[in-house]
Design a protein around this ligand. Structure first.
Ligand SMILES: C[S@@+](CC[C@H](N)C(=O)[O-])C[C@H]1O[C@@H](n2cnc3c(N)ncnc32)[C@H](O)[C@@H]1O
Length: 468
């Protein structure tokens, strides 16, 4: 195929899966991404976008389905876009995730010679999300609490089921939707920035079953807040906190807004191994608790602690990795930028009887500089880490952070990554600074979606001597 033209329809053989989950066809070596297609499909697709080196096409018809296709669990499959891979056999999803981690490290990072471990799969890969953010909108004049269809920030789909959510969370969604309709709440319209009800966040702890509910509206008192609280408590005894947040801005965000606690508390407790963790409504916590345990255990194995090490946990959130490792180490130091998360971490240390844990609030890049320059009042031993664990957001590590970690000279760096495309260049920079990528273990935190998590171990090429 010469470069296709927008609007043309082609029959394509799909042979690969891209990051982000689209099928890839390569007619005459020209790459065409087809959303909704999986490897092995023969499809008819219409070209919607043409760039210099690739095109995008809309799936019109599956002419011959891949043998790896399975029937989707959810009636919203195809319109919702939330778990794009649920029509792909779970074992096949796992193989693609492994392949994508390996390929990105090799191609984007130029890395080789590392051990690529088999992905850690989830046993019952459904109903695993402990947090969900719904949008509130209108369909044919009726308020709905649901998800945006792919690429449509201004529309919300009516929702009857989501197989990634626990059943109680689904029930809370339906209750809030019904209540908002009963009180005549006006759904938000993001196009003209008008309306009232905007988002609904629900968190449900896997270990304790506790549920938090946060309704986000435009400024203005909630109609009948007592009725809202009474309805939720009567129908959902697992609810431990009900909040009302206001978003006065135009941005479509559901977290970080000022909120009022209408009833109960603004945090829930989650369990992880033998830890009991306080999770505030807006604090980051791994969304799949069962696999968070597997992730942290993998990180712990790579940290290879003997009980005598100083461990830094950078991007520590509510302190979960630091506290998970603390009992196997001499002391841990967590660094986190969100003040509420740091407060949770400090309290979590106390409530779990961990005394050798220190948490600092601030940007990791800046705090590391202050530590290296001796500008923080810390016990000397805490400034010399044996092991550094990093768990940054999707954008990965700032170059200065990598330089500063290398300057601190740990014997091991355990990199927990939710994005192999940033892990790859970060690991390459570590390599330039004398740390080689030893091993990578993908962990399937997000079954039925293209998202990939991996734990990478980096070790000094030549171990620094004690007086270096
Ligand atoms: C992927 S989460 C990891 C949290 C924690 N390790 C866990 O497993 O729950 C990333 C964390 O980094 C924090 N963060 C983002 N940018 C940061 C920065 N520049 N410095 C320190 N923390 C940051 C976020 O608030 C979030 O808590």
């Amino acid at each position: 195929m010469t470069r296709p033209r927008r609007g043309d329809t082609h029959e394509l053989a799909v042979t690969g899966l891209a990051f982000g989950g689209q099928g890839i066809a390569r007619p005459d070596d020209f790459v065409v991404f087809v959303a909704g297609a999986v490897p092995g499909d023969e499809v008819r697709a219409t070209v919607t976008k043409v760039k210099k080196s690739y095109a995008e096409a809309r799936l019109e018809e599956i002419l011959s389905p891949s043998i790896d296709r399975v029937s989707a669990h959810c009636s919203h499959y195809g319109t919702c876009g939330g778990c794009r891979w649920q029509s792909l056999d779970y074992e096949v999803q796992l193989r693609y995730k492994e392949q994508q981690v390996g390929e990105s490290l090799e191609r984007l990072g130029g890395l080789k010679g590392f051990e690529m471990r088999q992905i850690k799969a989830m046993d019952h890969p459904w109903r695993y999300r402990n947090k969900v953010e719904f949008s509130i909108g209108s369909v044919e004049g009726r308020l709905v609490v649901g998800f945006h269809p792919p690429g449509r920030w201004d529309a919300v789909l009516p929702q009857t089921e989501c197989h990634l959510l626990p059943l109680a969370t689904e029930g809370v969604r339906a209750t809030v939707e019904e209540w908002l309709r009963n009180v005549g709440a006006e759904p938000w319209n993001p196009r003209d920035h008008a309306g009232y009800a905007r988002h609904l966040t629900i968190r449900e702890a896997y270990g304790t079953g506790e549920i938090l509910v946060n309704l986000v509206t435009a400024p203005g008192a909630l109609p009948d807040p007592t009725g809202f609280v009474d309805t939720l408590r009567a129908r959902h005894p697992e609810v431990v906190g009900i909040m009302h947040a206001t978003n006065a801005g135009e941005a479509e965000v559901a977290t970080g807004m000022p909120f009022q606690t209408l009833w109960g508390r603004s945090h829930m407790y989650e369990t992880l191994g033998d830890l009991r963790l306080k999770v505030s409504i807006d604090a980051f916590f791994q969304t799949n608790t069962r696999m968070a345990y597997v992730l942290y255990e993998t990180a712990a194995q790579e940290a290879a602690l003997t009980g005598d090490e100083v461990v830094w946990d950078l991007y520590s959130g509510i302190g979960s990795i630091a506290l998970y490792l603390a009992r196997r180490a001499r002391s841990v130091l967590g660094i986190e930028v969100v003040p509420a998360a740091v407060r949770d971490a400090v309290q979590n240390a106390v409530e779990n009887g961990v005394t050798a844990a220190t948490f600092l609030e601030g940007n990791a890049r800046v705090v590391l500089k202050e530590i290296l320059e001796g500008r923080l009042e810390l016990p000397l031993e805490l400034t010399r880490p044996d092991v550094v664990v990093v768990d940054p957001p999707r954008g990965g590590l700032a170059h200065k952070v990598i330089h500063r970690i290398a300057a601190a000279g740990p014997r091991r760096v355990v990199y927990v990554s939710c994005n192999p495309t940033t892990l790859a260049p970060d690991a390459a920079l570590f390599q330039e600074l004398g740390y080689r990528l030893t091993r990578v273990t993908p962990v399937d935190m997000f079954p039925h979606t293209p998202h990939i998590e991996a734990v990478a171990l980096l070790e000094p090429v030549a171990r620094p001597s004690a007086d270096e």
